[in-house]
Design a protein around this ligand. Structure first.
Ligand SMILES: C[S@@+](CC[C@H](N)C(=O)[O-])C[C@H]1O[C@@H](n2cnc3c(N)ncnc32)[C@H](O)[C@@H]1O
Length: 169
């Protein structure tokens, strides 16, 4: 499975979740957008389309790429968010990492990757990624109901519908 992280080197290296995953051999870091596989799903919080189980085949073939940059620097206009790939936003999920605990949508790179694998039905990979952090398993517990619901959706439209119903409740 190709799990790539484009690293913008904007982070506090001690807290960076993707550098930790790379040290454990669980992901590959790239520092040039050209190294992002051309058919890859790219996790982009500004993307118009939501990730859904229908992205599974593409991820199996080309992998998934997260963009590790600082949430403080992040802007929709940043060139990396315009790289020509298959961009997807994650639906409503709440962060469990110590930096952004309790905030919806503002996930760490590790949480975003784990959520992706959970939603496409590769739950063992999600569990493996989150087992790298003390707070990691709590991310899956905190979001279990939504992650399960998203993983049963057929497509992006259904994922958005589940999200909207959850927010309305
Ligand atoms: C902005 S970086 C912050 C990384 C942080 N420094 C860390 O150590 O994890 C987080 C990345 O995870 C992915 N991500 C996080 N939340 C997301 C969301 N709601 N939708 C899509 N991707 C998301 C994106 O690739 C995003 O650029």
């Amino acid at each position: 499975m190709r799990i790539i992280v484009y690293h913008a080197e904007e982070c506090d290296r001690k807290k960076c979740t993707s550098l930790k995953l790379a040290r454990m051999g669980k992901i590959k870091i790239v520092t040039s957008p050209k190294r992002i596989p051309r058919g890859s799903i790219v996790l982009n919080p500004f993307a118009e389309k939501a990730l859904s189980p229908s992205d599974k085949d593409r991820i199996l073939k080309w992998g998934v790429t997260a963009l590790d940059c600082s949430w403080k620097e992040v802007k929709k206009s940043s060139p990396i968010f315009a790289v020509k790939r298959y961009h997807r936003a994650l639906p409503y999920l709440v962060a469990a990492n110590p930096t952004n605990y309790g905030k919806p949508f503002i996930l760490s790179t590790a949480e975003a990757l784990a959520a992706t694998f959970y939603i496409i039905g590769l739950k063992d990979i999600a569990v493996n990624i989150m087992s790298s952090f003390k707070w990691g398993p709590h991310f899956l517990d905190l979001n279990r109901e939504l992650l399960e619901a998203y993983s049963k959706a057929k497509n992006s439209r259904e994922v958005v519908k589940i999200q909207e119903e959850f927010i309305r409740r």
